[in-house]
Design a protein around this ligand. Structure first.
Ligand code: PRP
Ligand code: ZN
Length: 290
């Protein structure tokens, strides 16, 4: 197939499903507003010279490999299963899940050897075949494209291998997870032979993505504290280089501002209060360019 010669960076994303919404959110957080329309499978956007194709997620690696698209956002599980000649250029940290073997609740599973001569239903035949052959287990792989968890209940298979996120689908279908074979998250993929113009666009886009990923878990904290406590507060709030400390017009008091990891906020807030800190604010960060 001939490669797209469009000047815009062409990105392929999932048409519908969990990854679709998460991909559009990531793009929005990178200043790219994707034009959304329920039926149009190719749209533009505001905020970046980019255009979008919407396809089934299993097809995303092929679109990128054959050049119909320049980049794509897809689960690593699909990239591994499809095994196309494309590059993973950035792990995206969302849609985390695992590809796991699950068995009926009363199946006494002790190890891979218990799969010998069984039938396993999965939407990931290549990954599963490889796992079985690495472990020298003879097991029939039956490929199903969705609702894999139903298979043991209707005697279509003895066990399954499918994606697990919260685990509630397994529980609801009387199954238990016994072995993780792949940990996965959303990734940004690119084709290998981008021309110089597209390469430059991809660098600009990647810069935005990386800036966003960097600030994701961070917040901006502002507080007032007695000036005598500032040295101890600095130890709790090291900030990026160091916290900003400014005198208040009220004698003996200072304002402190710093970037912190959100998950440490609740761990240090009591200590900050013990040091006399008051008026503590925690704010989201819109952008951070270091
Ligand atoms: C996915 C996956 C599992 C389920 C896992 O299915 O294939 O079935 O989600 O999520 P959980 O552990 O949080 O319950 P999806 O809803 O995409 O449907 P499909 O497999 O039929 O496409
Ligand atoms: Zn499923």
């Amino acid at each position: 197939m001939s490669k797209n010669t469009n000047k815009n960076l062409r990105c392929v994303i999932q048409k519908s499903g969990r990854l679709n919404e998460a991909s559009i959110n990531l793009l929005r957080n990178c200043g790219v507003q994707v034009e959304l329309s329920s039926r149009k499978l190719k749209t533009g956007c505001n905020g970046f010279p980019m255009e979008f194709l919407f396809v089934r997620d299993d097809d995303i690696p092929s679109y990128v490999e054959n050049g119909a698209a320049d980049i794509g956002i897809v689960g690593e599980n699909v990239v591994v299963e499809e095994n196309k000649d494309i590059e993973i250029i950035q792990r995206l940290g969302f849609s985390k899940c695992r590809l796991s073997i699950a068995v009926p609740r009363d199946f006494d599973y002790r190890g891979v050897e218990d799969l010998q001569n069984k039938t396993i239903a999965t939407s990931y035949p290549h990954v599963v075949e490889q796992f079985l052959s690495e472990n020298n287990v003879d097991c029939t792989v039956s490929t199903i494209n969705g609702s894999v968890e139903i298979a043991p209940n209707i005697e279509l298979a003895d066990v399954i291998c499918d994606l697990v996120s919260t685990g509630s689908t397994l529980v609801a279908n009387g199954l238990k997870e016994v072995q993780v074979i792949l940990n996965s998250e959303a990734v940004l993929v690119a084709r290998k032979d981008l021309d110089i113009g597209k390469e430059r666009l991809l660098d600009d886009f990647l810069f935005r993505v990386q800036s966003y990923l960097r600030i994701k878990g961070y917040r901006y904290v502002m507080l007032n504290a007695p000036t005598e406590s500032i040295e101890s507060i600095k130890d709790l709030l090291p900030g990026i280089k160091s916290p900003t400390v400014m005198p208040l017009s009220m004698y003996g008091w200072s304002a402190v501002q710093a970037v912190i990891k959100e998950n440490i906020f609740w761990k240090i807030v009591d200590d900050l209060k013990k040091l006399g800190a008051e008026d503590i604010l925690l704010l989201p960060i819109e952008k951070m360019v270091l």
